[in-house]
Design a protein around this ligand. Structure first.
Ligand SMILES: C[S@@+](CC[C@H](N)C(=O)[O-])C[C@H]1O[C@@H](n2cnc3c(N)ncnc32)[C@H](O)[C@@H]1O
Length: 295
């Protein structure tokens, strides 16, 4: 007799893709479980299991033993199409998270050569435009390369999806003697109320965030009226030939580095409803500094 069964556990308490990965791993390691997938955005874990070897209470226990709650089924279960879309986002987030965890060790070295050198001046100049006081959020802090430019009297918060990048950022903050509230968080789902920050900055981040328009909407949302958004990023060339070349090479670069080289970040900023914006172009327009003040 075949005892294969499937269930979906509504899970509360997941705050980042690492939580989903942890739940998935624990479920997969449970004897009798055939397959498991946890979705951060849907707040669910889907499990295929052998009901002769393991039951629902044990599966719920596995999740609860990690500190999450398995709740009574919610009434807001997503429609199948929406659930599939969310699964895609989760998968994309997981890929980005894993890639940056992998490159964390080499990231500072990479930034100390080649393009990284060119970005040094632009980073410094970007941070010089940030307010000198108040609450500032850095999105996609990475290993904390920008920390040396943080305004001395600002109250700094910085987020990233990769815990290995954050571990390096934590060490850097300690070394610099900077107090920074570092949190593992998805830029597409910022856990801050509307209007929390006086400024939001990001350098070379929206080339990696799976849904950049959603990430930019979030950056704008957490900014207070009158607050400044300051972005520095490399973008797809406007030159048709170079642009096409960037499209071709993009899959290889993403795999190796984690960042897309063909993002149209300026267009994405507009698509996120951010206006008015000021753009300055560098390196034949391949690098752009985008600024906006929230009305
Ligand atoms: C190219 S690195 C840039 C790091 C840093 N801003 C810098 O300029 O050196 C991109 C960073 O964005 C982070 N990231 C990518 N997608 C993210 C997301 N959805 N939420 C938060 N951080 C994300 C990556 O983990 C990585 O640390």
């Amino acid at each position: 007799m075949n005892g294969t069964a499937k269930t979906t556990l509504p899970v509360d308490g997941m705050s980042c893709s690492a939580c989903a990965a942890k739940i998935e791993k624990a479920l997969r390691n449970t004897p009798g479980v055939i397959a498991a997938r946890a979705s951060l955005s849907a707040g669910r874990a889907s499990v295929e299991y052998d009901s002769r070897r393991v039951g629902l209470p044990q599966l719920a226990e596995v999740v609860q033993s990690l500190g999450y709650q398995v709740v009574e089924d919610r009434h807001d279960a997503p429609a199948p199409a929406a659930a599939a879309e969310r699964d895609d986002v989760d998968r994309a987030n997981r890929t980005v998270h894993d890639r940056y965890n992998r490159v964390a060790r080499f990231y500072d070295f990479e930034q100390s050569i080649g393009m990284g050198l060119f970005f040094r001046r632009l980073r410094r100049e970007l941070w010089e435009r940030a307010p000198q006081r108040g609450r500032i959020l850095e999105i996609g802090v990475g290993t904390g390369i920008n920390m040396k430019h943080y305004p001395e009297f600002a109250e700094m918060t910085a987020v990233d999806i990769s815990e290995r990048m954050l571990a390096r950022a934590t060490k850097r903050a300690e070394k610099l003697g900077r107090r920074v509230d570092l949190r593992q968080m998805d830029a597409q789902e910022l856990g801050f109320p509307d209007g929390t920050f006086d400024a939001v900055l990001a350098t070379c981040v929206f080339c990696s965030v799976p849904d950049p328009v959603q990430g930019l909407r979030e950056a704008w949302r957490v900014l207070r009226p009158g607050g400044r958004l300051l972005l520095l990023d490399h973008v797809r060339s406007d030159n048709p030939v170079l642009g096409k070349l960037m499209d071709w090479f993009n899959p290889i670069v993403v795999r190796m580095e984690g960042a897309n080289i063909n993002r149209r970040t300026e267009e994405n900023v507009r698509a996120a409803g951010i206006a008015p914006i000021e753009v300055s172009r560098h390196w034949l327009g391949l690098v752009r500094v985008i600024e906006a003040t929230k009305p």
